[in-house]
Write a protein that binds this ligand. Structure first.
Ligand SMILES: O=c1ccn([C@@H]2O[C@H](COP(=O)(O)OP(=O)(O)O[C@H]3O[C@H](CO)[C@@H](O)[C@H](O)[C@H]3O)[C@@H](O)[C@H]2O)c(=O)[nH]1
Ligand SMILES: [Mn+2]
Length: 517
């Protein structure tokens, strides 16, 4: 810990550094505290969420700053002015209803073709920006400026409640704070029972000291007042709040601070704030605000996607499923959070989509019974919708077609491997039986032979095209190979061989006239 900065400006001079001239420069260093919380065997430290909560409490004692910037240890500040931009939102009119400002994640050291879609531009510059028009972007774990008051689990200041499915009915809140029935989350702010503080926040009085100050920042001029130096008692207090047992019997990790029990604690933490009616802001600066590193080999990348998908399945089967959200979560925002809990399940359909073309080649049956006008109309409609979606994604996120294509490719690679693994794992955990999916061949009927080959061949190539980066990654990597990779290497080779058999059938089958061309 560096000692508190002096009250007065401390000008430097030529002698204050061996080769830099600090004449006329204020050389005071802001207080810097390195924190390492207590960990004990047998005591769950709750990983990153636990680390963040320890820092929230210690900083409450040491500075009680109303705003907190959070970024991962593998990220760094790339634009020192970004925080100022974020503060503009917080201090703007109506800004007291903003819980956090999320910057997009940007990465360094990724191969130029971004084979594993690490940049995730469609998500950070398309989806997040779009969410900004609703209740705000999700919290993605790093590059985020928080309002301390919101982190403490309080509700945003509100004068109206919005009822109805789409929140279209405006109901003014009773300013005199008459009793409002219903869950705690729905109670308006004035009713907040402060006497619950020790149960919610723990025994340290300083944690909930003057918490309302965090709502709108410090009063003007507060930073120019002399600060009492940190005494031994204060330092001892800040050590006490990062001990193993401090959180026992409190609401830390439940409703206060970073939420525990999920491998994607970030999404859940952001959700709990949106669920209270807070809104967030997506701040995209011209020069990247922060930069970090991302997994650059296939194994690490798939493990990362597996972790996210596991978090998604967890959310689906937890009380954080957006179906159970409060009425303060806006309709479209709820839809978006529903997608967070559901997207990994699309792997089940994706896998059929990937297998059916190959199967249809193998079995001699095509995917659909007949290519009648109704089917073609549906196909056309879906294709046009997908193309429009692609157009919007490319336009909004400002990416080129190549980057968009990488994104699509990785969606299929992750979707048929990591997402599926997460879903199966989750299903096995929740329900103790497996679902057998039988593919009935009776639904298929004869169709003209040429369209069968054309259809099967086209879709097989389409599927394989998505797997190109995956195949490249397989050839390039060394060391430990996850089982997933073997399984999917198998799937790809089956697809390739089926395709091959159909295109270039073995001679004896031609002799017998056994293959239908
Ligand atoms: O026991 C732990 C584990 C992780 N961390 C922190 O968590 C960060 C994220 O871990 P990392 O290994 O970098 O995982 P990523 O897949 O890169 O993380 C992404 O996904 C996570 C949620 O799944 C988010 O929390 C991250 O912010 C986001 O960058 C690290 O930088 C650490 O700062 C801890 O403090 N304690
Ligand atoms: Mn990381």
């Amino acid at each position: 810990m560096i000692k508190n900065p002096h009250y007065n400006v401390v000008p430097g001079d030529a002698a204050s550094h061996p080769y830099l001239d600090f004449t006329g420069v204020d050389v005071r260093v802001p207080m810097f505290v390195y924190l390492s919380r207590e960990k004990r065997p047998g005591h769950d430290h709750n990983k990153k969420a636990g680390a963040m909560n320890a820092m929230v409490r210690a900083s409450a004692i040491l500075s009680n700053g109303p705003f907190m910037l959070n970024f991962d240890c593998d990220h760094y500040i790339y634009n020192c002015m970004a925080i100022r931009e974020a503060m503009c939102y917080m201090l703007d009119r109506g800004g007291d209803r903003i819980c956090y400002i999320q910057f997009p994640q940007r990465f360094e050291g990724i191969d130029p073709s971004d084979r594993y879609a690490n940049h995730n531009t469609v998500f950070f510059d398309g989806n997040m920006r779009a969410l900004d028009g609703l209740q705000g972007p999700m919290y993605v774990g790093t590059g985020c400026l928080f309002r301390r008051y919101a982190v403490y689990g309080f509700n945003p200041p509100r004068t109206n409640e919005y009822r109805g499915i789409y929140g279209q009915v405006k109901v003014p809140i009773d300013p005199h704070g008459h009793h409002h029935p219903g869950p705690e989350e729905l109670r308006p702010l004035p009713e907040h029972p402060d006497h619950e503080a020790p149960q919610r926040f723990g025994k340290s009085k300083i944690v909930h000291r003057d918490h309302r100050r965090g709502q709108n920042g410090r009063p003007p001029g507060a930073l120019l007042m002399p600060r009492p130096p940190l005494d031994a008692a204060t330092v001892a207090e800040s050590v006490a709040v990062i001990s193993c047992w401090y959180e026992d019997g409190t609401e830390w990790g439940l409703r206060v601070g970073w939420i525990y029990g999920s491998v994607t604690e970030d999404v859940v933490t952001g959700y709990s704030m949106h669920n209270r009616g807070w809104r967030s802001v997506c701040c995209i600066t011209r020069r990247d605000a922060f930069r970090g590193t991302a997994p650059i080999n296939l194994t690490d990348r798939l493990h990362q996607v597996l972790r996210w998908a596991t978090g998604s399945v967890e959310i689906f089967f937890s009380k954080n499923n957006a179906f159970l959200a409060s009425r303060r979560l806006k309709f479209l925002q709820r839809l978006s959070y529903l997608n967070v809990g559901i997207y990994s399940f699309t792997s089940l359909f994706l896998i059929m989509y990937c297998l059916l073309p190959a199967l249809s080649l193998f079995s001699g049956q095509f995917i659909v019974a007949t290519l009648d006008p109704t089917f073609l109309c549906h196909l056309l409609l879906i294709t046009i919708t997908l193309m429009l979606l692609c157009l919007l994604e490319v336009k909004w996120s400002g990416i080129g077609l190549e980057e968009w294509w990488r994104n699509e490719q990785f969606w299929v690679i992750g979707g048929t491997s990591a997402h599926l693994a997460a879903v199966l794992q989750g299903l096995l955990k929740v329900i103790a039986y497996t679902v057998h999916v039988g593919v009935s061949r009776t639904v298929y009927a004869e169709i003209p032979q040429y369209s069968k080959l054309l259809g099967g061949g086209f879709f097989s190539f389409w599927v394989l095209a998505h797997y190109y980066p995956f195949a490249k990654g397989l050839m390039g990597r060394r060391g430990r190979t996850p089982t997933l990779v073997y399984v999917w290497a198998g799937l790809i080779s089956i697809t390739v061989s089926l395709l091959w058999i159909t295109i270039s059938p073995p001679d004896d089958r031609i002799a017998q006239g056994g293959i239908d061309m």
